[in-house]
Design a protein. Structure first.
Length: 130
């Protein structure tokens, strides 16, 4: 009976030793995997830090560009105002000329008729002189 007891104890010890060996192998594999994960996380952290720097620089450049565009747009506003004022002046001048022409239309027609009459008289006088 002692042999069965010692055999059982030996079998339990072998089973426990096998279990410990597999647990140790699993833990070593897990340790290697965790080291890879830690290394990857560290690299990602570095990349994120670099991306943060680049994003900040890009944001500063974008803000500077937006300020420059705003300043240039403000400086162009005076040009647009001047062009608008020129347009208003030209329109006023054109309206004034149209009004004057409408008012003096009969006088202009008479002046043209007198001019044509004078040209005809002068032409006839020239022909008679020859």
């Amino acid at each position: 009976m002692d042999i069965i007891l010692y055999s059982s104890i030996a079998l339990i010890a072998i089973a426990f030793l096998t279990l410990v060996i597999y647990v140790v192998q699993t833990l070593k594999t897990l340790q290697t995997t965790l080291q890879h994960v830690a290394k990857t996380v560290e690299e990602v952290e570095k990349q994120m830090h670099e991306i943060g720097k680049e994003t900040a620089q890009l944001l500063h450049k974008t803000n500077a560009l937006a300020d420059d565009v705003h300043k240039k747009a403000e400086s162009l506003q005076s040009v647009f105002d001047a062009v608008k004022q020129v347009g208003v002046t030209v329109q006023t001048f054109s309206d004034s000329i149209s009004k004057t022409l409408t008012t003096n239309e009969k006088k202009i027609a008479q002046a043209i008729q007198w001019g044509q009459t004078l040209i005809e008289i002068w032409t006839k006088w020239k022909e008679k002189r020859k």
